[in-house]
Design a binder for this molecule. Sequence first.
Ligand SMILES: Cc1cc2nc3c(=O)[nH]c(=O)nc-3n(C[C@H](O)[C@H](O)[C@H](O)COP(=O)(O)O)c2cc1C
Length: 304
Amino acid sequence: MTALTAGTTTQDVEPVSVAQAVAARYGVPATEADAVAPGVADALAALAARTADSGERAASALDVQLAHRSVRAFLPDALPYHVLPTLVAAAQSAPSSSNLQLWSVVAVTDAARKDRIATVAGNQEHVREAPLLLVFVADTARAGVLGGDVELEGAQYLESTLVGAVDAALAAQNAVVAAEALGLGTVYLGAVRNDVEAVAAELGLPPGAVPVVGLVVGHPDPARPARVKPRLPQSAVLHHDTYDLAGQIPALAAYEERITSFYRAEGLEGGWSARVVERLRGHGSLRGRERLRAAFTALGLASR
Ligand SMILES: Cc1cc2nc3c(=O)[nH]c(=O)nc-3n(C[C@H](O)[C@H](O)[C@H](O)COP(=O)(O)O)c2cc1C
């Protein structure tokens, strides 16, 4: 295993190296960073080797973020051992509301279990194809353990559900950026919410823990590459000091044209506005998610 550049110690030092940052995160000396986040060093070494081989400059976080595209076509190849702990270290490095860390992640690699979750998720084939599915969970169960006999009534409010869901989403997005930095592909799987109770049972989640979103991770199939998908012009989403709805109209029209030709090139008919309206006009397209509050309540997160 490649040694991380070891600095001195754990806390009270401004981390200057990745080893020191990892060490500070997990509370060990920098010399032991490898042990607490096994593989981060190797992941960085693999990255450095890749850029050295190709002669490219190393991608910055911004390069990775701006080149994002969801990948839905994967090779069956297993992931190197360092990937999972590196993605989790990145996920755990995300901010967390009041540092409550009301989230967990379940790494699913068992083919039969992935297959059953794929079925819940509308038979999305890439879940079966990719070697790893991460399911991010809003998790008050751990806090319940901390409370012992104390009833955590506050956990039953929508605020706590949102705290857990936002924490889980931030963690997941950090994992996305980390995976893409390592040359891997990902796609979110909101469809785990088609039947959160079935997915919770599949993952053995305790009461108070609910699946929020899945993340499929694997090696992108170069024969079926994904493209960067156009987004709205900034003039539609960025407001200065106060919100302007009417001012967005020209930007929406311009986007409609651009995204429609993107979809056409992908073999998809129709535009974006129709998709948005179709998705939101009734609950028919929610595929089971319309009963999410009842399902969350059954799983111990009443969200009142
Ligand atoms: C919370 C969330 C849930 C998503 N769920 C799914 C999903 O179940 N299946 C899927 O193929 N893509 C899913 N996506 C990916 C989006 O469709 C994708 O991000 C969007 O079309 C923009 O494309 P891009 O990521 O390639 O830029 C999800 C994305 C997010 C953020």
